[in-house]
Design a protein around this ligand. Structure first.
Ligand code: URP
Ligand code: ZN
Ligand code: ZN
Length: 477
């Protein structure tokens, strides 16, 4: 047998299940061997003192999403995926968003045009269903699932995206038929509108009131409703970006009843609080932290850790959803300054997801390095049908992050490589940082330098999720 293209020598290989000092041999972009004293490679990397882990898979990022008349996103595929590899990721799953009057197929075609030749890392598409018509659910969705777009997101809030209960049930049922995995944004639309209008009438307009307008109660209620609809239709769901105890306990309750309900949480829910939305003095700097659901409080961080440690959450994502802060299109644009309801929702975070989870989780003894790998890579691959990703074993894509577990870094905008003009984590101190990112055997980031190409990433058609389909014993069985 020929030698290797690349050998990563003498690092500590960490997977979701094991930790061992070993060499990793790569041939043709694929892992060919993991073992001791492997033969020479044409390229050799000395990984002594580093951890060798599966490249990060961030299954919840928003790039180049249509703005519906609001401010445009700060990241298209080029800058968003550049930021992803700077943070140790090798695959991202952004969303092809269907506009109300648009077909799902059209949304996917348009999104491919945005992504083609513009991605530093591999990528697949989730779908966002905003128009659950008979044609969308009966024709487009099954065809797209068969073509590798095997997951979709629906929203229980936002004017342009909200689905009513009947529509949610129709989507779940259709997903059960064709094997799509449904991700649900759980926040109750009517309750948020009620709260928003009450706050506005009493003159409470600052960014902080974004958090007041959508407390955990609205997230808990929506999570419970989504779980009930999932049970009724017998369709597994993933409840995304869970922010605190209330929704987490709903998922735990559902899981304890044997329902296939999965949970995702994100960086902001272990590291930011609603106090950040107060800004310097209830001023517009608080808008830098406006996202939905909003960050909560320190007791909520503890609840999220409990959910991570006890397996309520399977995935840890960034929900990278970047907007500028300054300028006409920024989070403090003139309209946004008139009230929190106009501040674009979302924060940039794809580059800091892995360092913050490592630092707050592994370094502080809350999770093991193996759990870190499961939460940042392996579980994303398994749940979303990325069959060649998320593991360091022969036959898998050689997507690898070389991790310096002891490096201390102060997070700052200059390290982010994203399009936004700020990071919500400016000044946040972490221990642990990616030293190099390797995409299918090519070093695409080393020591903070981007070495990859913007056409280096590939589109990934995905398999049907092993979690999708119908739960046994559903009422309509
Ligand atoms: O504020 C957020 N998270 N915006 C992104 C869209 C979403 O709901 O995930
Ligand atoms: Zn969402
Ligand atoms: Zn999101």
């Amino acid at each position: 047998m020929d030698g290797f293209d690349l050998v990563i020598r003498g690092g500590t290989v960490v997977t979701a299940s094991d930790t061992a000092v070993a060499d990793v041999g790569v041939r043709g972009g694929v892992i060919a061997a993991v073992g001791l004293e492997l033969g020479r490679g044409r390229q050799e990397i000395d990984a002594a003192g580093l951890l060798v882990m599966p490249g990060g898979i961030d299954s919840h990022v928003h790039l180049a999403q249509p703005a519906f008349g609001g401010p445009a996103m700060a990241d298209g595929f080029e800058s968003g995926t550049r930021s992803a590899i700077a943070g140790g990721n090798t695959t991202v799953l952004p969303f092809a968003l269907q506009g109300r009057g648009e077909s799902l197929r059209q949304a996917v075609e348009d999104y491919h045009r945005q992504a083609d030749g513009q991605s530093y890392c591999d990528y697949g598409f989730h779908l966002i269903v905003a128009n659950p018509s008979a044609a969308t659910l009966g024709q487009d969705l099954p065809a797209l699932v068969a073509a590798g777009y095997t997951s979709l997101k629906i929203f229980m809030t936002y004017d342009d995206l909200v689905l009513n209960d009947r529509e949610i049930l129709e989507v779940f049922d259709a997903a059960g038929e064709c094997g799509a995995l449904v991700m649900v944004h759980c926040e109750g639309y009517d309750a948020i509108r009620f709260m928003t209008e009450k706050l506005e009438r009493s003159g409470r307009m600052a960014p902080y009131y974004h958090a007041v307008s959508r407390p955990q109660t609205v997230e808990r209620e929506a999570a419970h409703r989504a779980i009930s609809h999932a049970e009724l239709t017998g369709v597994p769901i993933m409840i995304v970006h869970v922010s605190g105890r209330e929704a987490m306990e709903q998922i735990r309750w559902a899981q304890s009843r044997g329902l296939k309900i999965m949970g995702e949480t994100c960086t902001q829910y272990i590291s930011l609080t609603a106090e950040d939305l107060k800004g310097l003095n209830m001023d517009e700097t608080g808008s830098k932290y406006v996202c939905s659901p909003p960050p909560r409080d320190r007791p909520s961080w503890d609840a999220i850790w409990n959910g991570i440690q006890t397996g309520v959450f399977q995935t840890f994502s960034s929900d990278h959803c970047p907007f500028y802060f300054e300028g006409e299109m920024g989070k403090k644009n003139p309209k946004a300054r008139t009230g929190f309801r106009w501040v674009p929702n979302g924060i940039p975070g794809v580059a800091v997801r892995m360092p913050i989870l490592w630092s707050e989780g592994v370094v502080k003894g809350r999770i093991t390095a193996n759990q870190f790998v499961a939460l940042t890579s392996t579980n994303h691959a398994r749940i979303y049908g990325l069959t060649n990703k998320g593991a360091l074993a022969p036959g898998y894509d050689a997507d690898i992050v070389l991790w310096d577990p002891a490096r201390k870094v102060t997070i700052t905008q200059a390290l982010m490589e994203h399009g936004a003009d700020y990071t919500p984590w400016e000044g946040f101190e972490v221990t642990g940082w990616p030293q190099a990112t390797i995409l299918r055997g090519e070093v695409v980031m080393e020591g903070g330098r981007i070495l990859g190409r913007k056409d280096g990433g590939r589109f990934l058609p995905r398999a049907v999720s092993p979690m999708a389909g119908r739960m046994a014993g559903a009422p309509l069985d």
